[in-house]
Design a protein. Structure first.
Length: 276
């Protein structure tokens, strides 16, 4: 059995499968650097309809597919696909479902209005990642979340899966970006999550499920936060301080990849002391 630290990267977008954004770029470069530095990594993202399966050579992983996930008392089939990032020996696992992800846009319709089922899509994605990781028989030391679409991951790990041996000791890191969305998710999102057995008391932020409150919900259940862009809402860093969540701030003069790796070891996992 490997003694390497295991990092699970969960992102809403990753180069080269989605357009270049800070989130997509970080989700591509950070796992590579951490993998090359000696840690064991896995990467998950949604399989949006805009992703060209032929060009990126996606193929279904039969042994991982076939589960049904119950979302708001309704069964939804889970399909797992995989592809390699060109030039590096890293695979990306894609969470797929015809109802939720076979549409050309990621989060908005042609009028730039948020899809009304984005909350259901988030729940499905979150549970799909965690159930697939269990099926892989892989126990992550850290789950590192990128993008607002991953905001429910910390809640599910720390509440629904807290007694599961795969995740009982898993730490959560949330990277904060400027990927703000207007409006709110469905106002009944907390009720849908509570169907899984998560207490409404853990989701008071979702009384108004807008971007800021989703980010706060993620931070509330995180063991560390990374401010990945300079324009992140300062209220989120203040909330980290209020919740006593360690923060890695922008590091323009530093090797940012090395800084994140050190943050994992020294702060999140507490393996050794930080050196000034």
């Amino acid at each position: 059995m490997s003694n390497k630290t295991k990092i699970l990267y969960v992102s809403q977008e990753i180069l080269p499968f989605t357009p270049e954004t800070p989130t997509a770029q970080n989700s591509r470069s950070l796992p590579q650097a951490v993998h090359e530095g000696g840690k064991e990594t896995r990467i998950f993202m949604p399989r949006y309809g805009k992703i060209n399966e032929r060009r990126h050579q996606l193929h279904e992983v039969i042994r991982l597919s076939g589960m049904n996930l119950i979302i708001d008392d309704t069964d939804h089939p889970l399909i797992i696909k995989v592809a390699s990032i060109p030039q590096i020996r890293l695979q990306v696992y894609f969470i797929d479902n015809q109802e939720f992800f076979h549409r050309k846009a990621m989060f908005h319709d042609e009028d730039n209005t948020m899809f009304p089922d984005n909350d259901m899509r988030m729940i499905f994605f979150t549970k799909g990642v965690l159930e697939t990781v269990k099926k892989l028989g892989w126990t992550p030391d850290i789950i590192h979340c990128h993008g607002w679409f991953t905001s429910l991951m910390p809640l599910y790990v720390k509440q629904l899966y807290k007694r599961d041996p795969h995740f009982a000791d898993t730490k959560i890191v949330t990277s904060l970006y400027e990927d703000v969305f207007d409006g709110t998710l469905d106002n009944k999102v907390a009720q849908k999550i509570s169907f899984d057995g998560i207490s409404m008391d853990e989701m008071t932020q979702l009384k108004k499920p807008d971007y800021l409150n989703l980010a706060k919900l993620a931070l509330q259940h995180s063991d560390g936060a990374i401010i990945a862009e300079s324009g992140v809402n300062p209220a989120l860093e203040a909330y980290c301080n209020e919740m006593d969540v360690p923060v890695l701030k922008p590091y323009a003069e530093m090797d940012q990849l090395a800084a994140v790796d050190e943050f994992y070891d020294s702060v999140v996992l507490g393996k050794h002391e930080l050196v000034d």
